[in-house]
Design a protein around this ligand. Structure first.
Ligand SMILES: [Zn+2]
Length: 334
């Protein structure tokens, strides 16, 4: 046995698996180590030669490079240079690119793993956007936009959440302290289960700002069925919210109840945070998301979390005052 043979219990070195690219449908074909970043040349594993328009076989015409920021391995930015084939249909002339949706969202600049790393960094590890951007080797705006979109998708991804809502609460929260003053988010929660004694408050939405206009626009964007069903709007005392409710849903009763609403809104945020936590760790939360149904391999490792470990993570989240700001921040749209 040569000394290059891996010892028992080890496989051969495999950069594709090590960089967690097999779950993204990619395979590493080369590496280039630069002083401040690592570049991995990749190919797309699955061929994609059948014409999307007529079903005939296409011929590979040329290739294009898709660059993706991946999770930093050892905190060194890791960039994927994915060689993507372009095909042309022999029958109808249609031209298309090899499908890379397993690796990243369309037009995204971050790989799915890179995005997950960024979200986990901000929500769980409390990194700043600047630090996350540095880790990914991308511009601040790129990191910020990607994390906001993903956070919103994870936090508020239930299209049926507006159904059966009769009592809503509206409240303002500071989501970010800046040198030029604090920024606010308006949090809208469903208090129907609380009034009915059926369960806790649920988060319905969050919108940037804390003005009358923010809440009024949100109400105006709801459909008639929702607006007709709302009987009570509880709020934290800000008269702008009262005016917005009176103008948009005049039949609803407005109730000033600052501390109750504030506390319930905080509870709703807590639960959302736990959802993000679970989603990030792949323990729960993707089950009903069609996009992720086919991406199970990405998350298999985290399925191994025991209940005790999950509880510990949850406790960590609940106890941490900073996280509320971060999670709220993550969920506001860019
Ligand atoms: Zn065709």
């Amino acid at each position: 046995m040569s000394d290059a043979t891996p010892p028992a219990g080890f496989g051969r070195p495999d950069l594709t698996a090590f960089a967690r690219l097999d779950g993204l449908g990619l395979s590493v074909t080369g590496q280039r180590l630069e002083p401040d970043r690592a570049v991995l040349a990749c190919r797309v594993v699955e061929p994609d030669q059948w014409c999307r328009r007529c079903g005939s076989e296409g011929a590979a015409r040329d290739t294009v490079i898709r660059r993706l920021a991946h999770e930093p391995l050892g905190w060194r930015p890791t960039v994927l240079e994915v060689v993507v084939r372009r095909y042309r249909c022999a029958d109808c002339g249609h031209v298309w690119r090899q499908d890379t949706s397993a690796a990243a969202e369309p037009r995204a600049k971050l790989s799915r793993t890179g995005l997950r790393w960024a979200l986990e960094g901000i929500v769980v590890a409390h990194l700043t956007v600047a630090r996350v951007a540095e880790g990914l080797g991308v511009a601040w705006d790129t990191a910020n936009n990607a994390v906001l979109a993903e956070g919103k998708r994870l936090l508020i991804n239930d299209p049926t959440r507006f159904e059966g809502v009769k009592v809503i609460g509206v409240d303002e929260h500071v989501w970010r302290h800046t040198r030029r003053g604090d920024k606010y988010v308006t949090v809208i929660i469903d208090l129907t289960p609380v009034r009915d004694g059926a369960g806790p408050a649920r988060l319905l939405d969050m919108v940037e700002g804390r003005s009358k206009a923010a809440f009024k626009t949100w109400l105006a964007d709801r459909d008639d069925a929702f607006r007709d069903a709302v009987e009570v709007v509880a709020m934290d005392g800000f008269t702008g919210f009262k005016t917005a409710a009176a103008e948009e849903i005049p039949d609803a009763v407005t109730v000033m109840d600052p501390f109750h609403v504030v506390r319930l809104a905080g509870d709703a945020l807590d639960r959302c945070r736990r959802r993000v936590q679970l989603a990030i760790h792949g323990h729960r939360g993707f089950r009903d998301d069609p996009l992720y149904k086919s991406r199970r391999t990405l998350h298999t490792g985290a399925d191994l979390l025991t209940d005790k470990q999950s509880d510990r993570l949850r406790a960590l989240f609940v106890d941490d005052a900073h996280v509320e700001v971060e999670a709220t921040w993550v969920s506001t749209s860019a």
